[in-house]
Design a protein around this ligand. Structure first.
Ligand SMILES: [Zn+2]
Ligand SMILES: [Zn+2]
Ligand SMILES: [Zn+2]
Ligand SMILES: [Zn+2]
Length: 319
């Protein structure tokens, strides 16, 4: 077992970053869809003929000679170019705007007419339900088209969704490709200490610091980089807790090849947590929200702490 080296952050203090916010989820980058922008055809008046609503559940729907990309283009929001999906509401003159934009607007972006009272467009909703809509990240390479009800769920886990900066605290707004995450961390978060080896000690100093505090450090082993995060926060008011988790700088699939163990040990006591590392694609906040990590309260922390410093043994293995 190797002790933490003091390379990087001064005095072996593993880049304690204090943040004020309550650790809300890092806003995922809103990427507008450029996909179905091809040929936004005009003058669509033809209705589906009796033969077009064929029973085959194939998604190569054609209505009145229009291919589905042209049809989906009709659902583009004029403000954000994302799709207008059910419930579909229109202005009094019949213009559509997506529900997200609608909440920020006081009048119709097309005719400046009133947006309320809302008028529901059930016919467009029915058409939307027969169409496959491209994933939001199609411009990044995702080839999937899905029923609108399945889109949000897929986009949450889409492999082509840009990676956000894995540092907790959501103060860094960086996002980009997986390959760019490590260069970003080394460039923009130089204070984070890295330790080599599969068995290390993550030393969190000054755990009594008031307020929400994060301790972050990197561990390199098995040709991969892991981010170790300890967060102190009040998930429930008046009840301060510590949350410790290991994230892989990699995809969910890659994360499945590893297991990690966190262990507090000392004063004739031991507390252990074992799990699969989370991909940074999932982030820290989801782990904390679901308590899918090592969770302990301040009293337990004090049982293991030494002079206000808490050492967590971290072991990563391949499985
Ligand atoms: Zn919109
Ligand atoms: Zn309008
Ligand atoms: Zn996708
Ligand atoms: Zn960052």
């Amino acid at each position: 077992m190797s002790r933490p080296s003091s390379e990087g952050a001064g005095g072996g203090k593993p880049g304690a970053v204090k943040h004020g916010g309550s650790g809300g989820p890092a806003a995922s980058a809103a990427i507008s869809v450029a996909a179905a922008a091809a040929a936004a055809s005009t003058g669509v008046s033809s209705l589906p003929g009796p033969g077009t609503s064929a029973a085959a559940p194939s998604f190569s729907l054609t209505v009145g000679g229009l291919q589905s990309p042209e049809l989906t283009a009709l659902f583009e929001c004029p403000v954000c170019f994302d799709y207008v999906l059910p419930p579909i509401l229109q202005c009094q003159a019949g213009h559509l705007v997506c529900n997200a934009c609608r909440q920020k607007l006081s009048c119709c972006p097309t005719c400046r007419g009133p947006l309320s009272p809302s008028i529901r467009n059930l016919a467009m909703e029915k058409v939307a339900s027969t169409l496959p809509f491209p994933c939001k990240f199609s411009s990044a390479g995702c080839l999937l088209s899905l029923h609108h009800s399945e889109k949000p769920e897929h986009e949450e886990v889409c492999e082509f969704r840009p990676y956000t900066c894995p540092c907790p605290g959501a103060t860094c707004k960086w996002h980009g490709a997986l390959e760019a995450v490590m260069p970003h961390l080394m460039h923009a978060h130089k204070s984070i200490t890295t330790l080599q080896g599969e068995d290390i000690v993550f030393l969190a100093t000054d755990i009594n610091l008031p307020g929400a505090v994060d301790w972050v450090m990197m561990q390199s082993c098995f040709s991969h980089h892991f981010m170790l995060v300890l967060e102190k926060q009040e998930k429930y008011e008046g009840h301060q807790q510590f949350f410790a988790v290991v994230l892989l700088i990699g995809t969910r699939k890659q994360a499945e090849n590893f297991a990690y163990r966190l262990e507090l040990n000392g004063n004739r006591r031991r507390l252990t947590w074992e799990a699969t590392p989370r991909s940074i694609h999932d982030g820290v906040s989801a782990a904390i929200m679901n308590s899918d990590c090592l969770v302990f309260d301040t009293s337990i922390a004090h049982l293991f702490a030494d002079n206000g410093n808490l050492g967590i043994n971290v072991t990563i293995s391949m499985c």
